[in-house]
Design a protein around this ligand. Sequence first.
Ligand SMILES: CC(C)(COP(=O)(O)OP(=O)(O)OC[C@H]1O[C@@H](n2cnc3c(N)ncnc32)[C@H](O)[C@@H]1OP(=O)(O)O)[C@@H](O)C(=O)NCCC(=O)NCCS
Length: 177
Amino acid sequence: MSEADQRIDMSKPHWRPACTSDLPAISAIAARIHPDLAERPEVVAEKMRLYPDGCRVLVAGEDIAGYGLTHPWTQNRIPPLDGFLERLPDDADCLYVHDVAVLPHVRGGAARDYIAAVAELARASGITTLALVSVYGTRPLWEHLGFRPVTADADLRAKLAPYGDGATYMLRDLAAT
Ligand SMILES: CC(C)(COP(=O)(O)OP(=O)(O)OC[C@H]1O[C@@H](n2cnc3c(N)ncnc32)[C@H](O)[C@@H]1OP(=O)(O)O)[C@@H](O)C(=O)NCCC(=O)NCCS
């Protein structure tokens, strides 16, 4: 057992790196939680290939009960939904939290733990900003975790449109928290 495993109580829901065999579970959770924002499994798989450190699943007992997908990106750019990234930017200045989704019965601390892990990843690679698009009225939750809304110009508004009404682009300055 690794040192990290010894620190984690495996009987409790915990995050671990995602692998391709998790794709069906990730798709099933996405279909349940994001029926209007569906992405093809191959689009998710590309993120896992490009930035495995940022792609994790939440294990609860024998089941996968959530996932988080994050990758290096450029501030004020929003990757198209269900679109391939092709490659990561050489001049990445943020880690972009593409999606975090957790089944209702394991909510409560899951997003906090995932974002803490992502913040650690960012710091380790010299990146001082996290970015995301808040949907489904989650803005207060992200604000609680240190994200701040960005006033969207016309370009950003156009990119936010596919995410639905109320979608908000948010940044967290890791140097400030
Ligand atoms: C969003 C989601 C991942 C959050 O998961 P979760 O495990 O319930 O989140 P957490 O409990 O870790 O919440 C993080 C913190 O925000 C707080 N919080 C939750 N809702 C809040 C709200 N409405 N206002 C302020 N703070 C809030 C929590 O109390 C927690 O605080 P703590 O760290 O001080 O204990 C989950 O609700 C989900 O999957 N929702 C559907 C998909 C979705 O909307 N994904 C986000 C896309 S942007």
